[in-house]
Design a protein around this ligand. Sequence first.
Ligand code: SF4
Length: 239
Amino acid sequence: MLEKEYLGRRLADGPAPVLPASPVDHIGVHKQRDGLYYVGAAPVVGRVSGTRLAALADTAEAHGSDRLRLTPYQKVLVLDVADPEPLVRDLETLDLRVDASPWRRATMACTGLEYCKLAIVETKARAAELVTELERRLGDQRADITINLNGCPNACARTQVADIGLKGQLLPGPDGTQVEGFQVHLGGALSSPRRTRLPSAANPEASRSWRPNSPTSWRTWSAPTAGSAPTSRSPSRNG
Ligand code: SF4
């Protein structure tokens, strides 16, 4: 419609951009082209209080930087630092982790019910709990698993491109009232060949609903390998 009714011509097309070999979140100490360094740190699911932001600004200034960046992965960068190690220590003191666990690095949540008028379910606190639980159970095990939680289908935290995407929705509870739950999406990607695509229309097993705090509805999923279907099970609460 855009081409035929509005433009009267075909849109220009070109080659798809080259995809990075692995996710780039800018966490850690990195050298800039001018010889200075930038330091990337991870708050828990992007939640940072005003008090901590003020402390971050003071910390950056104390280390000679007047440039900060916020990333689409809910991380914070301090730019233009000559000696990064003391800054790293101060950021860790603020619980802005430079040496963050894989789970903290790779879990994001949208604003959710607390501040978004479109939200259906709570996200930030739940995602923070999830990070804590994954760190407790799996520690610093190397993992390359992204988890994105959204409070509604608008997907501001990009359910579609995470290995595990949780899309908030309401579900009927045991007594008939509606309770908070999530539709689970597996294998999201940006056309990356290293991830498995699971379009739900082609494979209805690709999504299921998960309802927090309900002993009967917890599910875990084993990611499918090539040629096999995904599987699910409903473990005990400790499972
Ligand atoms: S995904 Fe929905 S709930 Fe989350 S910030 Fe966007 S509009 Fe709000």
